[in-house]
Design a protein around this ligand. Structure first.
Ligand code: HEC
Length: 165
């Protein structure tokens, strides 16, 4: 009895927290679409490079090549394209047009890539799995918030009622 009341109030509480979140995400996801076509092109190139890197890491892990994992993770950390090709004006645009939460998620993503680089260099298999998992989660987490236009499956997500195209 006590338990079910607790569960109920927890559910209500979490719903109350999620609803405004769902709402703000709808508006936030437009941030990316405001970027200039040049920056978006770079961002997309970067994403494709990251996707390839993630697949490579699966293979290097399966073949026990921790040195290669570390190298690839370092490339992700240092941003294949984005950081290296942006002018300072474009960097400014990125920081002013995108919500701070996006910047935060991006930072976190690169932090995990740095950790993966580090633990792979130290040859720690269980930590390699851990940080790979963190990168893996980061993809869908950021896409759900900012790339639904690209990945419409996230529109069917349980938390969100989204009536965008
Ligand atoms: C901090 C946010 C963020 C993270 C983390 C992130 N992405 Fe993305 N990704 C985006 C955004 C935003 C777009 C849409 C870009 C656009 O529409 O211009 C995108 C688009 C993509 C695309 C489509 C690119 C194209 O050709 O248009 C791929 C593939 C992709 N991401 C892969 C990944 C993978 C794999 C991961 C995780 C290992 C990941 N992304 C992590 C933000 C992120």
């Amino acid at each position: 009895m006590v338990k079910s009341i607790l569960v109920k109030s927890l559910l209500t509480l979490s719903l109350a927290c999620l609803l405004p979140l769902a709402h703000s995400e709808d508006t936030l996801s437009q941030g990316v679409e405001k970027l200039s076509p040049e920056i978006r092109k770079l961002l997309q190139k970067e994403m494709v490079a990251i996707e390839t890197a993630m697949k490579e890491i699966v293979f290097y892990n399966a073949s026990g090549n921790t040195e290669k994992i570390s190298q690839v993770a370092k490339q992700i950390k240092e941003s294949f394209i984005l950081k290296q090709s942006l002018t300072s004006e474009q960097k400014h645009q990125l920081h002013t047009l995108l919500p701070s939460d996006f910047i935060q998620q991006d930072k976190q993503f690169h932090y995990y890539a740095g950790m993966l680089q580090h633990v792979a260099a130290k040859q720690k298999p269980e930590l390699i799995s851990f940080y790979y998992g963190k990168l893996f989660e980061a993809c869908s987490s950021c896409h759900q918030a900012y790339a639904k236009h690209k990945f419409p499956n996230f529109n069917h997500s349980k938390i969100q009622e989204d009536h965008e195209h």
